[in-house]
Design a binder for this molecule. Structure first.
Ligand code: FMN
Length: 212
C-alpha cells in the first residue's frame, strides 16, 4: 500500500503538535504493517507555485475549448502539477499534516491543492462531473488548531475546505485527528487534548494498516 504524506508545516517537529501527531501516526502504521510505502512531500522543501495564467490556460482550455492545444509555455507551466500528480496518482491513502492558520489551511497547502486539482492530472472533467484519475480511497488529516471548536463549527474552514476539495475528485472518506486547544495560554488542558488526538491518530493508523 502506498501512502502520500503531505506536510504543510515549517516548524521543527519538537515545536509542532501536528508534526508530533504525524510521528505517532506513522509509527503506529509501520508497527502494524511494515509493508507500507511512504512518500513524504514536505511542501516547505518543494513549494508549489501559485497557479499562473499559463497553467490555468494549459489545464482548463482543453476542457472548455474544443480542439485546444496547449502552447509549450503552457505545458511547461503545468510541470509541478504533473510531477506531484504522479505521486498523488500512485497513492492509496493521502495523509496531510497541517496547522490551522486563520481558521483555514496554510496558503502553501491551498497552493498545492490548486496545483494537483487540475483536469488531466488527478481527474478528468466529463459532462456528468469529475472522474478520478487517482485511486486514493482515504484521506487523513492530522491537524492542530490553537483554539477549540465544536463539531461542524462554522469558524472551521479548514476541514470544510479540505473535505470539499478532495470530495470533488472522489475522496469521500476523510479521517481526522484533531488536536485542538493547543494554545496553552488559553487552555490548561492542551496536553490532555493533544494526548487524545495522538490516540485518535494511532487508531486511524491501525485502520489504514489493515486496508488491503
Ligand atoms: C499565522 C497563525 C495563524 C493562526 N490562526 C489560528 C486560527 O485561526 N485558529 C486557531 O485555532 N489557531 C490558530 N493558530 C494557532 C495554531 O493553530 C496552533 O499554534 C497550532 O498548534 C499550530 O499547529 P502546529 O503546532 O503543528 O504548528 C494560528 C497560528 C499561527 C502561527
Amino acid at each position: 500500500m502506498n501512502i502520500l504524506h503531505v506536510c504543510a508545516n515549517p516548524k521543527p517537529t519538537e515545536e509542532s503538535v501536528s508534526k508530533q501527531l504525524a510521528v505517532q501516526f506513522f509509527s503506529a502504521l509501520v508497527a502494524k504493517n511494515a509493508e507500507v510505502e511512504i512518500q513524504n512531500l514536505d511542501l516547505y522543501q518543494t513549494p508549489p507555485p501559485f497557479l499562473s495564467y499559463d497553467a490555468f490556460r494549459g489545464a482548463w482550455n482543453p476542457v472548455f475549448v474544443e480542439g485546444y492545444r496547449a502552447t509549450e509555455k503552457e505545458v511547461a507551466a503545468l510541470n509541478y502539477a504533473e510531477k506531484q500528480g504522479e505521486l498523488f496518482n500512485a497513492a492509496d491513502v493521502l495523509v496531510v499534516t497541517t496547522p490551522m492558520w486563520n481558521f483555514s489551511l496554510p496558503a502553501i497547502l491551498k497552493a498545492w491543492l490548486d496545483q494537483i486539482l487540475t483536469p488531466g492530472v488527478t481527474f478528468s472533467l466529463e459532462r456528468d462531473g469529475p472522474r478520478p484519475l487517482h485511486h486514493i480511497r482515504k484521506a487523513v488529516l492530522l491537524v492542530a488548531p490553537g483554539g477549540t471548536y465544536k463539531e461542524d463549527d462554522p469558524r472551521d474552514a479548514l476541514t470544510m475546505q479540505f473535505r470539499a476539495a478532495v470530495g470533488f475528485i472522489g475522496i469521500s472518506e476523510v479521517d481526522i485527528a484533531w488536536a485542538d486547544g493547543q494554545n496553552p495560554l488559553f487552555f490548561a488542558d492542551s496536553a490532555q487534548r493533544k494526548q487524545l488526538a495522538v490516540e485518535a491518530a494511532q487508531e486511524i493508523a491501525e485502520e489504514v494498516a489493515e486496508m488491503d
